[in-house]
Design a protein around this ligand. Structure first.
Ligand SMILES: Nc1ncnc2c1ncn2[C@@H]1O[C@H](COP(=O)(O)OP(=O)(O)O)[C@@H](O)[C@H]1O
Ligand SMILES: [Mg+2]
Length: 329
């Protein structure tokens, strides 16, 4: 397969914002750049507020529900630019070819519907053979739920957080999407359940060949399960790196994220924290948005546009003017 054939999704200089009457347009994401190949598992990390959920909504076509829109760049999915399609076309893609587990999915299952009804609602949207019941059971089996007959009759409140998340993933898989976007699927779950959900995502990718975008603020988690990691800071992609190369980051923000990982902290040692705060939306200075927090900054970091993401696509890419001078210790 050539690179072009392998590529399922390609975000190029995506800009997302809100047009406000009588006020300056609020830009939330600018220069988001990454791609996802067929069957690839890509992790997107960054602090809270860095625009991760906005990117998910751009790929699933629900930004407008919050008054937000794609203002520039391209969201190419199998060669079609999703920033240009109409609602009729979205209805064919959203939740069907592109599956989504939203950030608040743990609270998501409809509390008054049994799990069987919940799954039936998801399955109604898609063609399939066999009875609704057998198809619903097949979905629960896919997400490794045991005691299927009992669970089918239960309501969401009767299930643990991990089980609820499995049901939400099952619903998102009803139409066997080509890509599944999971927005912080393990936030709020305890560590053991977290790793079970991660194993499940890996199995789905392996058994169904589904590409997965895993959104998280937890670099260690993403590094363990994903092929590639996309680091977002203040609405921009600052680094794209294969997970095997995560120990050699070139962007100062990724270096700081790496240093603050709990999993590699020495027992009894101090935990490093990233200094400062990301700039607020709408208050970006010229030049690099990380400059205020950066140990490597030089005069030219404060001027012009945000540094472009440089490097081979599908290779290691960094958006830092001085990346070549940065040595990871
Ligand atoms: N409707 C909105 N109006 C103004 N700001 C918004 C709106 N929706 C989101 N934002 C801002 O956009 C930024 C990115 O949000 P989000 O994508 O949810 O971040 P993340 O998922 O990385 O935590 C945040 O700073 C958030 O406050
Ligand atoms: Mg979010």
């Amino acid at each position: 397969m050539s690179v072009a054939q392998k590529r399922l999704l390609d975000l190029i200089d995506v800009e997302i914002g809100i047009v406000r009457p009588r006020r300056k347009t609020l830009v939330i994401v600018k220069y988001a750049n990454f791609s996802v190949n067929y069957g690839e598992m890509v992790g997107v990390v960054g602090e809270s507020g860095s625009g991760k959920t906005m990117l998910c909504r751009a790929i699933i076509g629900t930004l407008h529900r919050r008054g937000v829109s794609i203002m520039g760049g391209q969201v190419n999915f199998e060669g079609e630019d999703l920033s240009k399609i109409n609602e009729a076309r979205w209805k064919m893609l959203r939740g069907k070819v592109i599956g989504y587990v939203p950030q608040s999915a743990l609270a998501g299952p409809n509390p008054v519907l049994t799990i069987a009804k919940q799954l039936a609602e998801a399955l109604e949207q898609v063609d399939g053979t066999g009875s609704m019941e057998s198809r619903a059971k097949e979905l629960l089996d896919l997400v490794k739920i045991r005691r299927i007959d009992t669970v089918m009759k239960q309501y969401p409140y009767q299930l643990s957080g991990g089980m609820r998340q499995r049901v939400m993933i099952a619903c998102a898989l009803a139409s066997r999407p080509k890509i599944l976007i999971a927005d912080e699927p393990t936030t709020g779950l305890d560590v053991t359940v977290q790793s079970q959900i991660m194993d499940l995502l890996k199995e789905i990718r392996r058994d169904l060949g589904t590409a997965i975008i895993l959104i998280s603020h937890d670099l260690a988690l993403v590094d363990e399960v994903c092929d590639k990691i996309v680091v977002m800071h203040a609405g921009a992609t600052v680094e794209v790196v294969a997970s095997g190369n995560m120990s050699q980051p070139r962007h100062p923000y990724t270096i700081a994220l790496n240093a603050s990982r709990i999993d590699i902290a020495k027992p009894g040692g101090n935990l490093t924290i990233i200094k400062g705060n990301p700039p607020s939306v709408g208050q970006w200075n010229p030049g690099c948005r990380f400059v205020e927090r950066c140990d490597y900054r030089e005069d030219d970091c404060n001027v012009g546009e945000h540094p472009p993401l440089v490097g081979e696509k599908d290779g290691h890419q960094t958006a830092c003017l001085h990346a070549d001078k940065i040595k990871t210790i």
